[in-house]
Design a protein around this ligand. Structure first.
Ligand SMILES: *Cc1c(COP(=O)(O)O)cnc(C)c1O
Ligand code: SF4
Length: 342
């Protein structure tokens, strides 16, 4: 079984029915649905299935709202050389390629990812590494894309080695969806490539629903953790997929139980044609408030917004301090207010 990459292939699987609006939607972004994810879809109710909704195109993608942006998080404005985004002084993003194992319909880089977008050439990668080498303030390099774990193990090993050779780079962080959606790629050779000799390597995995953590995915995550790689979880808050307390509770517990520490819950970005996935910030805060009372601290992500225009991420979770000028009050996780001395 291969990754499904066309509307016709999805139609043959009974996941869509041909329709001109859907064809128009499919033109705006490549399609990819891996066999592992296909196997998790509940065929009895594809329209509401939290796995199908993430990867199967929908006619709703043709609806573009006025506030939606081609570059929702302002990467372009912060890119000094091709493949690098430098927004915070101490860390840069390095994007070695644009390909992904799946194409998530809500992707914040929806206009950039896809098989048409080339990987950095050797010369371009050298220039990007040169940029990092010349700036001692860069403490951390975050590999993202596209999906860096789509690189062949040999190329991944060479990249990790090149970064490891830059003495001021203390941390190499990789953000990937591969271990979740195409765990068969997590083989011995790739794991061996993720072992810098000097720097520390962290891996953030993108997972939006507990159902994504099926058998092969759990095995891949356990192998990565056994190899000594600390694992972080990133989740996008998505309407109709995970925007209710029970689903988020189950997801965060499932992540912790496979040794993945929930890191960020991302408020969905203002990506063109993704209005059907958007949740209000008020709703996101209410969900975070509900999680606080019922989940271990280990399982609490930080709810963040990437401020449109390239201004970076800020936590937007609920506040627990009152604004009474006379006395400081603090609300506990169960809703009761308490005084605290100023
Ligand atoms: C998200 C992001 C980072 C990483 O932010 P953390 O809060 O450290 O996870 C770094 N640079 C850019 C440009 C980003 O968008
Ligand atoms: S894997 Fe990540 S970068 Fe790729 S389509 Fe999904 S959200 Fe976008």
């Amino acid at each position: 079984m291969q990754t499904l990459r066309t509307l016709e292939a999805l139609e043959r699987e009974g996941l869509v029915t041909a329709d001109p609006l859907l064809a128009a939607a499919a033109e705006t972004m490549a399609i990819a649905l891996t066999p592992e994810m296909l196997a998790l879809i509940d065929r009895r109710d594809v329209a509401n299935d939290p796995i199908a909704r993430q990867f199967v195109p929908s006619a709703a993608e043709t609806r573009i709202a006025q506030e939606e942006l081609a570059d929702p998080i302002g990467d372009e404005a912060r890119s000094p050389v091709k493949g690098i985004v430098h927004r915070y002084p101490d860390r840069v993003l390095l994007k070695p390629l644009h390909a992904c194992p799946v194409y998530c319909r809500f992707c914040f880089r929806r206009e950039k990812v896809g098989p048409g977008g080339e990987a950095l050439s050797d010369t371009e990668l050298d220039a990007a590494l040169g940029y990092i080498r010349a700036r001692p303030e860069i403490w951390e390099v975050i590999l993202t894309g596209g999906d860096p774990l789509m690189l062949a193990p040999r190329r991944m090993a060479a990249l990790v080695e090149a970064l490891d050779a830059i003495a001021h780079v203390a941390v190499i962080r990789i953000h990937s969806r591969v271990p979740i959606v195409e765990p068969s790629r997590i083989g011995d050779e790739l794991i061996a490539a993720l072992k810098p000799r000097r720097a520390t390597l962290w891996l953030g995995v993108h997972c939006n629903h507990a159902r994504e953590l099926g058998g092969p995915t759990r095995t891949a995550l356990m192998r990565l953790a056994d190899a000594g790689i600390p694992l972080l979880g990133q989740t996008v808050l998505l309407a109709g997929i995970n925007d209710d307390v029970e689903t988020l509770d189950a997801l965060m517990r499932a992540l912790v139980s496979v040794r993945v520490k929930p890191y960020y819950l991302h408020h969905p970005d203002l990506v063109r044609g993704t209005g059907h996935f958007r949740v209000s910030i008020e709703r996101g805060q209410a969900l975070m408030r509900a999680l606080r009372g019922r989940l271990s601290g280990l399982a609490q992500p930080t709810y963040v917004l990437d401020v449109p225009g390239g201004h970076g991420k800020v936590p937007i979770g609920p506040g627990y301090l009152g604004d009474d000028p006379e006395a400081l009050t603090v609300e506990d996780a169960f809703g009761a207010e308490h005084r605290y001395p100023r």
